[in-house]
Design a protein around this ligand. Structure first.
Ligand code: HEC
Length: 407
């Protein structure tokens, strides 16, 4: 009897390990098409095969916001559908994800939050085992993020070089056609206000790209019957920040925010790095392999070791809460949005990528890293596992830690 129970547990682990994310195939389209102009309803999308991408609640770092944290405490994962198209000049994505309520930010009320989505692309992915940290990149491993939020066409001063528009229309000297033009300019400025791109090496370093080096377009449409958003991104295959002209595949990650749940910043659902395979192009086979292969360790023995060695600091699930939860990131969704290579690296060499501290300002005593004279950060996590097989087992187990999918 005991034996049977054990083998059932083992099978359950194998089943979930096998459900590693697949890759997305970007279909090749003619060069006359400008993907940047594609809307989500465009017929051209039927050329691409939609792939499922699971988005998990970000639980690593808690926001300094009790209400927001409470609203998101029970979050489950959502399955999004992603399609991709490319030609010699451009690449485009369409992501469709369920959201029961359409939240559009109207005006500047500070207690209302919009739905939104982002597409994150690693700027350097030569070494498939050292991709950027999934939470907005990490030191020396930058990411490019394209972000779009559902806002109405209102205008708020934002320092976007358009000072002339930052006046109440009643205070302009404009009449007739001039006033119409003023209103049009304001509407246009406002429309693009929440379509932004950033270069980031960890979210403390997010820098908005305000020059012309990031040319892209994003759209968002809500399907009130199907209760789902559809978002598109079109961007050049290569620009000053990213060169995909010779890539056969590229690591891309997706995130969505739910305004109804006060979603913003870290309060989001996000995917792991997904390999986007440019159909018909060679190269980056290692990357595709790395991101689609199931981890090879033994999850069952990994579970035993991790529960014994790591739960003084790390929460693993609702049932396995850390002895001192403020000591380290919450790992209860880590298997959903982290790659196996990242997990192995985090265990073997904790300072390789250092996760920003838990509310560092509010909890100075429990920063997750130390900073030396030169500004380098070292993790407070001791390297606890050195044996390769033991690390593989831990990784196979950590990959099973993720929220179930919302039905
Ligand atoms: C003394 C407390 C402590 C112990 C014990 C500990 N860790 Fe950590 N761990 C941390 C801290 C602090 C961080 C965040 C800083 C960093 O990135 O290293 C971290 C980060 C991590 C991360 C990256 C998390 C993320 O969100 O990206 C993983 C994975 C991890 N630890 C796994 C483990 C495993 C597996 C063990 C047991 C073998 C373990 N840790 C034991 C403190 C600890």
């Amino acid at each position: 009897m005991r034996r049977i129970a054990k083998s059932i547990v083992a099978t359950a682990f194998v089943a979930s390990a096998l459900s590693a994310e697949g890759s997305i195939v970007a279909a090749k389209i003619g060069n006359d098409v400008k993907p940047a102009q594609l809307k989500s309803s465009d017929k051209l999308w039927s050329k691409a095969k939609e792939s499922e991408v699971t988005l998990y609640p970000q639980t690593t770092i808690k926001m300094n916001d009790k209400k927001g944290n409470a609203a998101n405490a029970e979050n489950k994962a959502k399955v999004a559908k992603v399609a991709a198209l490319y030609n010699d000049k451009c690449i485009a994505f369409r992501i469709t994800w369920p959201d029961g309520t359409q939240s559009i930010q109207d005006g500047t009320a500070s207690d209302k939050y919009p739905d939104g989505f982002a597409v994150q692309i690693a700027t350097n992915f030569e070494d498939a085992k050292k991709l950027p940290y999934i939470g907005m990149g990490s030191e020396g491993r930058p990411v490019l993020v394209h972000l779009n939020k559902a806002v109405t066409k209102h205008y708020e001063p934002n320092g976007n070089k358009d000072v002339a528009l930052q006046v109440n229309r009643d205070n302009t000297n404009a009449f007739g056609d001039d006033l119409k033009k003023f209103d049009g300019d304001v509407a246009n400025a406002a429309k693009t206000h929440y379509m932004r791109s950033f270069i980031s090496e960890g979210f403390r370093s997010m820098t908005e790209i305000k020059d012309d080096s990031s040319k892209f377009n994003m759209t968002m449409d809500y399907d009130t019957k199907g209760k789902a958003w559809s978002g598109t991104l079109g961007r050049p295959l290569s620009d000053a920040n990213i060169d995909l002209s010779k890539a056969g595949a590229v690591p891309v990650a997706f995130a969505v925010w739910d305004g109804e749940k006060m979603g913003r910043d870290g309060l989001k659902l996000l995917s792991t790095w997904i390999a986007v395979d440019l159909d018909g192009k060679k190269g980056n086979e290692e990357l595709v392999k790395e991101l689609t292969e199931a981890p090879k360790g033994n999850a069952e023995s990994g579970k035993a070791n991790v529960e014994a060695m790591c739960t003084s600091c790390h929460t693993l699930s609702k049932e396995k809460v850390a002895a001192m939860p403020y000591m380290a990131p919450n790992l209860s969704n880590i298997g959903g949005y982290s790659t196996a290579a990242y997990l192995a690296e985090s265990i073997a060499d904790p300072s390789a990528v250092v996760v920003p501290g838990y509310n560092r300002n509010a909890h100075k005593n429990f920063a997750w890293y130390n900073v030396d004279d030169k500004g380098n950060r070292t993790s407070t996590m001791p390297p606890m596992m050195t044996d390769k097989a033991m690390i593989d087992d831990a990784v196979a187990y950590l990959k099973t830690l993720k929220a179930e999918v919302e039905k």
